[in-house]
Write a new protein. Structure first.
Length: 266
């Protein structure tokens, strides 16, 4: 729906290919995020390292529940890391079978998706966040939503002392280098896909493509900008705090309501 791109080492749920294999998804435990009554609750689920195909299936599970009036699902943030994978969006640029095979020969998977944007890379050391949100609970505007995601990541980077910004190209940038790719899908105002934040990602994977189809720009990571190793485990609570601030929502552990979770999550 929108321009731009989307986006393994934590303990993980099963990486097999079906949703049923993820019945034991664990709520992500994070600290220093206060619960506030009167705000839209958003459930946080950590998938750990998960196959990209499985992540697509899990997203579809949550999306379907949004449209199931007998069993509606709460707004949800899915956090994960992927094994190396290149994904392309719905923008009208062709990636022939030969190009797909070239990238697979490097040891990565390859998927064609329904998100906005062109080609990007996901892999270990990259924090991927898939918000499955009903924008009717926030604001029914895809443009607004993408801007809020960008502002969330800029806010998060500032908490690390990194000055990030937007540009005419979707995503979040540090100078001419993209630190976070964004690409979404939105159907009937329910969102999927999301953002991919480079933490301590092996950036050499991006050298095999033109990331997001943007010529003359580079990529960077939290680790590169700070000159130290920043793991996804360190970055996740900071991203969640920034998300709760930007969307003015109440982040809760999965299967808990705001009222049940008024204390700080540990």
């Amino acid at each position: 729906m929108s321009p731009g791109c989307t986006g393994d080492q934590p303990q993980s749920a099963s990486t097999s290919e079906g949703w049923q294999d993820h019945a034991n998804l664990r709520a992500f435990r994070f600290s220093k995020i206060k619960m506030s009554l009167g705000k839209t609750p958003v459930s946080v689920v950590n998938l750990g390292r998960v196959a990209y195909r499985s992540a697509l299936q899990i997203q579809q599970h949550y999306i379907r529940q949004h449209f199931d009036s007998s069993n509606p699902t709460p707004n949800t943030l899915l956090l994960c890391e992927h094994s190396p994978v290149y994904t392309v969006g719905i923008r009208p640029v062709q990636y022939p079978a030969e190009e797909e095979q070239r990238l697979k020969d490097l040891g990565a998977d390859f998927f064609r998706t329904n998100r906005g944007g062109l080609i990007t890379f996901h892999g270990p050391g990259q924090l991927v966040c898939y918000p499955i949100l009903n924008l009717g609970c926030f604001k029914k505007s895809v443009r607004w939503y993408v801007c809020e995601i960008e502002k969330t990541v800029i806010n998060m980077c500032s908490k690390f002392g990194i000055k990030a910004s937007t540009s005419p190209d979707t995503g979040v940038w540090v100078g001419n280098n993209k630190i976070c790719a964004i690409g979404i899908h939105c159907g009937r105002y329910v969102t999927s896909h999301g953002l991919a934040l480079n933490c301590n990602t092996d950036l050499s994977w991006f050298e095999n493509i033109v990331p997001c189809g943007i010529v003359g720009k580079g990529v960077t990571s939290l680790s590169r900008e700070l000159g130290r190793d920043v793991t996804t485990e360190e970055a996740a609570p900071v991203l969640l705090k920034a998300f709760s601030e930007q969307f003015n929502c109440c982040l809760v552990k999965a299967d808990n309501s705001c009222e049940q979770t008024q204390q700080t999550l540990n």
